[in-house]
Design a protein around this ligand. Sequence first.
Ligand SMILES: Cc1cc2nc3c(=O)[nH]c(=O)nc-3n(C[C@H](O)[C@H](O)[C@H](O)COP(=O)(O)OP(=O)(O)OC[C@H]3O[C@@H](n4cnc5c(N)ncnc54)[C@H](O)[C@@H]3O)c2cc1C
Ligand SMILES: *[C@@H]1O[C@H](CO)[C@@H](O)[C@H](O)[C@@H]1NC(C)=O
Ligand SMILES: *[C@@H]1O[C@H](CO)[C@@H](O)[C@H](O)[C@H]1NC(C)=O
Ligand SMILES: *[C@@H]1O[C@H](CO)[C@@H](O)[C@H](O)[C@H]1NC(C)=O
Length: 503
Amino acid sequence: MSITLSEPRLKHLLCSPGHIRITMRQSLPLLALVTAAVVSARPAARDTDCCALLSAIYPDKLQLCTAPALAPSCYFVPDITEEVATAVKLFTDNDCKFFVRAGGHHSTPGAANNGGAVTIAMTNFKQKDVDPVNNIISVGPGNRFHEVYTATDAYDKVAVLGRYAQVGTGLLLGADLSYLNNPEGLSVDNIVAHEVVLANGTVVIASADSHPDLHKALKGGGDNFGVITRYDLKVFDRPHNVLGGLVTYGEEAMPFYDDLAYDYHVNAAVNDLETHILPQWGFNGATGKRESFTPFYYGKDQPNLPPSLQPWVEVPWVHNTIRNTTALAPLSFENHDGYVNGDAQQQRTITIYADRDFFHEVSDRFHQFAQQYTNVEGFYALHCKMPITPFMVEKGVENGGNVLGLEGLDRPISILYFGVTSKSVADSDAIFAAHEEFIENLRSIAASRGLLHRYIMWNYSGFNQQVIASYGDDNVAFLKDVSQRYDPTGAFQRLVGGQKIPQ
Ligand SMILES: Cc1cc2nc3c(=O)[nH]c(=O)nc-3n(C[C@H](O)[C@H](O)[C@H](O)COP(=O)(O)OP(=O)(O)OC[C@H]3O[C@@H](n4cnc5c(N)ncnc54)[C@H](O)[C@@H]3O)c2cc1C
Ligand SMILES: *[C@@H]1O[C@H](CO)[C@@H](O)[C@H](O)[C@@H]1NC(C)=O
Ligand SMILES: *[C@@H]1O[C@H](CO)[C@@H](O)[C@H](O)[C@H]1NC(C)=O
Ligand SMILES: *[C@@H]1O[C@H](CO)[C@@H](O)[C@H](O)[C@H]1NC(C)=O
């Protein structure tokens, strides 16, 4: 199974520290350039100028990249919030394009580490301080989720985080699916404060009490408002022993799989909130068969498998690691195992109302689509169905609300994820185009059945999907307003890649 992780390997291959550190011979012209660029401000300093500007201030924190194509021109690796603030102000003043990278897992071109300009790598923001009295963990954006799980495991607590060890905190800007969604809602709704560097370099705390408009906008509004340098997340007590593990299924289980997934959406996810299941299957081109690595979590200590999980072990399975465990970090590694870096990958998502027949139809159609590519090297097609329930949405409202536009949901919806992967980029163009067409066709079918929901989840979206528009007109208007207030020159709209607020 493979999803591309657009990871720091580029950095190691293509960037080297200190390349533009000013040597005696170079120093005069380069310094002149720096001064000129600072003064002339807009429009458009070239990418390299921006790297030079920054290098003049932080020579030891900059890595210059030489390769063209997908590599950024330089990586800036700050250690403290003030350095981020200085850099962001410099970028705003000089119209420098820049990107922010947390875990580097998002596949949108230009979102995290692609295509020229400066990348701010939040790698060194490793704070993970648990306040066990107030039940908060302060998390730096440089953490991967396994590191956060390790910190909370020590207290028998858990935050509402992604399920995969190596995924980073960019997820906390999207919506975000987690083991704790059913009882506690989306990850974004369990952030009590954001520390944010605004476009003009000012640092603010956004919470219910301080800049609540910005706080709300960041719950779904992504990287449109500032650079987040700290997330304060709620943590929840959990029993010392919980159940968790991964069940592997083969083709034999597939006839039952969508019934199980449907029952999870409308029954277990609604009626037994301690349950978490991530229903997914993949088609492996190499074997021509489907397989599934399904993560399970149950947040209560009990002697036997609960009724919500029982049906999943009554169908044929190949391997089952569901066990009693006191630690969630190892589960996050187990889930992540098998996802490899570096293949060509494209993801798309749509949202539908949960419907038993349509669940089957979606799987059948995607399976048929995938079988066309059996002979393509490294071909893999991955499909997930993930519920958002009315209760989860209510939790979000209780926690101050977000901008996703899901309020008033009256029955479970399902986030459908579709990813395709091939080994070689040469094969990928045709596959990606066909995949795109598959999704658009599926969207029409869902709409014609009255099952399409407008929401597009950022975290599983493709670069050309209109995520923010999917939040609805009121939320778009609110986001524009907040952007105007906190970033009057629109620096994050002009200079930072990724999903932008529709104008
Ligand atoms: C194997 C795998 C498993 C996944 N599992 C889940 C899951 O369980 N649940 C789920 O909801 N999603 C999941 N996803 C999707 C995941 O949420 C997104 O890929 C997410 O973007 C990952 O964040 P990141 O920090 O790794 O990515 P990055 O690419 O580093 O960041 C993504 C985006 O966020 C912005 N950003 C990041 N940090 C900051 C910051 N501090 N300030 C401002 N902007 C910032 C960046 O500009 C970028 O656009 C998974 C993805 C993969 C590949
Ligand atoms: C989850 O979504 C937030 C957007 O709000 C993005 O900034 C992160 O990129 C994140 N991951 C995505 C979109 O995959
Ligand atoms: C897990 O361990 C606890 C404590 O030892 C025990 O009470 C419980 O029955 C166990 N559960 C399972 C499913 O083995
Ligand atoms: C920076 O921007 C914020 C939000 O627009 C504003 O409140 C603050 O006064 C600005 N600070 C400076 C120094 O301009």
